[in-house]
Structure formats: C-alpha cells, structure tokens
Design a protein around this ligand. Structure first.
Ligand code: ARG
Length: 446
C-alpha cells in the first residue's frame, strides 16, 4: 500500500500513482544527500524559533547523519510505495523517532525542499564540471605551448587559406573554455541562493529564520522573494543548461576538428592506437569513435536548454507538477558532460601532432599573403602585390617562403597563452568552493 505524506483517508489509484511518481524514485536518489543536508539545516533553524526542543533536534540530527551515511555509501533506497526522496526521509525519521520525525516538516513544503535539493546538487555538480573544464584547459595550454612552432594550414571554406599552427589550434580551444567558464560562473552564482523557507511558494506564518539556513548551507544569499524563489524552479536549471551547453559546444567543435585532422586525407594529428577502435571487416582500421561519440553527446547536450524550456513553457507563477519532468533531462546531463570532459582530456594529453605537414607542396599557396605583405612592406601598393602574386600562382612560378614572422597579440608567434591562463584563473578562482565543504562538514558534525 502506498505510503504518502499527504494520505488522509482515501487511497490513490495505482495507475495514477505510477504515472505521477514517474522516474522520481530513481532520480531522487541523486538528491538524497542534499535533501538530508537541507533537513539538518531546517531542523537546526526550527529549534532556534522554538519549534523543536534541543533534545528533539539532536535526535533528528543523529538520525539524519546516519541516513546521510547510507546515501553516501549507495545504501539509501526509496521504498516501493514511497513517492520521492522527501517522503522517504520523513518516513525513516518517523519510524525511528515517532512524533519528533513528524515535526520536521513544519514551515516547509516539498516545493521548497526539492528546490533546495536541486540547488545543492547543481552547485556540487557545477563545481565538478568546473574542475574538469580546468583540467582540460590546462592540457590544451600545455599542448599549445609544446607545439607552438609546428605550423599547419589554416582553412576558410575548408580551403587552404593561411598559415596556422598547433599552438593556435590547441590554444583556441583553451580560450574558448575560458569563456565557457564565465557562463559556468554566472550559473553557479545564480544557483547559489537559498530557496528554503519559501515553502509552497508563499512563505509561512512561522517566523522562519531564513538567514540562518542561508548561512548554515553556505549560500551566497537567499532567493529573497518567496514567489521568485519558487519561480526559480526551471529557470535555474535552464540557465545552468546554457552554461553546460556552452562547454558542450566547445567540445563538439574540437571533436569534429580532431576527427577531420586525424583522417588520412589530412594526417595532421594521430590518435594513439589505444584511443581508437577497430572494424569488424577492415583489418587496417583505427577509428576515432571516441571523438565521434563525444561530438554526438555534446551536440545533444546543446539541446538541453531547449528541452527544459519546452517543459516549462507557458507556466504561470507558482508550482506545477510539470516541473518534476525537468529532473529527467537535467540531472543526467552532468554525468554525461563530465564523462565527455574526462575523455577529451585523456586524448588531448596523448594526441600526436605531425610536424611535417608543410613538406607537402599542396599547402604552398597558404604563404601567398606572406609574399604579398612582403612586397607591400617594401613599398609596392597592396593591390599590385596581390595581383603579381596571384599571377605567379596561376603560372606555377610562385615560390613559398615558409619562414614567417607573425608577432601581434594572439598570432602564431605571440600566442598570449599567459594572458589566456590568467583570464581562466581569475574566473575559476572567484568561485569559493571550500566554503561549501566547511559548511557541510559542520552540518554533518564531522
Ligand atoms: N517530485 C516533486 C517534484 O519534483 C516534488 C514536489 C511535489 N510537490 C507537489 N506539490 N506535488 O516537483
């Protein structure tokens, strides 16, 4: 028989139960630790406003910390017939502590509870994403510096265009990640505001101390307006999804380049054999499947903001069960992106570059602008120099001078990798993750 927080006397039809619970029993497991941390903070606050005695609070904390350990060890389950993580925790507390367990929900609704769980979960996951982005960034900068003198063709329209280099190619994706980090930082800051105390979305007649729970949970501030706090459901996830999509966009593009440059027709990079997969029929094959899957996964991740928008589209103010569905697309996205970041980093660290690309004279025309510029610097009008070199190329008499000198900021000879690193570090370093560890250890009595 279903055990519901809201059961009075009538019972729910099992089909209605199945349909409304949806995937919550499985997905809410990801939220369990955060739900428990929230309950520890909430009950500590209830004590300060006289809703729980010191003894009751201590009993609750002891029990909640034990449930937290279960969740940490993967032993927390949501029982058959229990709707969600919030109901399961309250059920466990009530089984163990009787009336004390039944008191914990004073001044709270599952609406602000799930909002809180999502914020705490997202804050934690964003931190892991930022760490993984930073690791990949560092690998890209290292590769850029290592291969800064190795030239490769630059393309426009996928036609050989101008000299480029591996220093530029790796560094470009590093700088792209620095911009993505800015989105992650904004998402993190928007997420890091406390919704607890908004209850069903309109506050409570209990004199809740929201400043206390904000501090206990190490949020930057609270979501002040209780109506806005509830409106943040979906909005927070969507904005975080934009940040994840930005990172995914960088990875997908890089993966496409790597697949293309790895093809025999380019032969610019080589993936180590251990990073490739074979064919069941063609014995010679070493396919870049990792980058192909990374590209597909990251392209799909870029649909996440749209997936979320479509669920929350046209909802007016206040809670709706529609919002539950966002968890289905949002929660798994972090594992997917972190996996892609880890695989990208693994291969980027090991990718080999061809130092002899330009020995092939099919790339000689990419030095045409160098020659035009040399003539122009000597005094020939640019348009005349352009024409002279163009005619030489057509006549097959053009001689490429491969000793080039590009010195301006951000060019082949002056990559500005220190400045790019400084940019990344200033954004990454502005998020103080250690505050969270301290607060959580305090709540857990560790
Ligand atoms: N599983 C629900 C969700 O994710 C929890 C909140 C339920 N609130 C309600 N009013 N039915 O949205």
């Amino acid at each position: 028989m279903a055990k519901k927080l809201w059961d009075k006397n009538s019972t729910t039809n099992p089909e209605i139960e199945r349909f409304t619970v949806g995937k919550d029993r499985e997905l809410d497991l990801l939220l369990a630790r955060y739900d428990i941390l929230g309950s520890i903070a909430h009950s500590a606050m209830l004590q300060t406003i006289g809703m729980l005695t010191k003894e009751e609070t201590e009993e609750l904390h002891k029990e909640l910390r034990e449930i937290y350990s279960l969740a940490e060890n993967g032993e927390f389950i949501i029982e058959e017939g229990v709707e969600d993580v919030h109901s399961q925790v309250e059920l466990m507390l009530t089984r163990k502590l009787g009336d004390t367990g039944k008191k914990i929900h004073s001044g709270r609704s599952r609406n602000d509870q799930v909002l809180l769980d999502l914020k705490l979960f997202t804050r934690h996951e964003l931190r892991l994403v930022c760490e993984a982005v930073k690791l990949l960034f560092d690998s890209l900068i290292a590769q850029s510096n290592r291969h800064k003198d190795v030239l490769m063709p630059g393309y426009t329209h996928l036609q050989v265009a101008m000299p480029s280099s591996f220093g530029l190619w790796f560094g470009a994706y590093a700088e792209s990640l620095a911009d993505d980090m800015l989105f992650l930082q904004a998402a993190y800051r928007m997420c890091n505001r406390n919704p607890l105390g908004s209850a069903a979305g309109y506050g409570s007649s209990f004199p809740l101390d929201r400043t206390l729970t904000t501090n206990l949970l190490a949020f930057d501030t609270m979501n002040y307006n209780v109506v806005y706090a509830q409106m943040g459901r979906g909005k927070c996830e969507r904005n975080v999804a934009y940040a994840l999509a930005s990172v995914a966009g960088t990875l997908a593009k890089m993966a496409f380049d790597a697949c293309m440059f790895n093809s025999q027709n380019f032969g610019f990079v080589k993936l180590p054999a251990e990073c490739t997969t074979g064919s069941s029929i063609m014995p010679h094959k070493k396919n870049p499947d990792v980058f192909e899957l990374l590209r597909a996964k990251c392209n799909r991740l870029q649909a996440l903001p749209t997936d979320i928008i479509l669920i929350m589209n046209n909802l007016p103010v206040g809670y709706f069960r529609d919002l539950q569905m966002i968890k289905e697309v949002f929660l798994p996205a972090f594992e997917e992106l972190k996996d892609c970041l880890r695989m990208a980093n693994y291969i980027i660290e090991r990718i080999e570059v061809n130092e002899h690309i330009l020995d092939d004279n099919r790339y000689d025309p990419m030095f045409s602008v160098e020659e035009v510029n040399r003539l122009a610097a000597e005094g020939m009008p640019f348009r005349d120099a352009y024409k002279k070199v163009g005619l030489e190329i057509e006549a097959g008499t053009f001689h490429a001078n491969k000793n080039i000198s590009h010195t301006h900021e951000g060019s082949i000879g002056n990559l500005c990798n220190e400045q790019i690193t400084e940019l990344m570090n200033s954004i990454y370093g502005s998020m103080d993750f250690s505050r969270i560890d301290t607060a959580e250890a305090h709540l857990l009595g560790r």
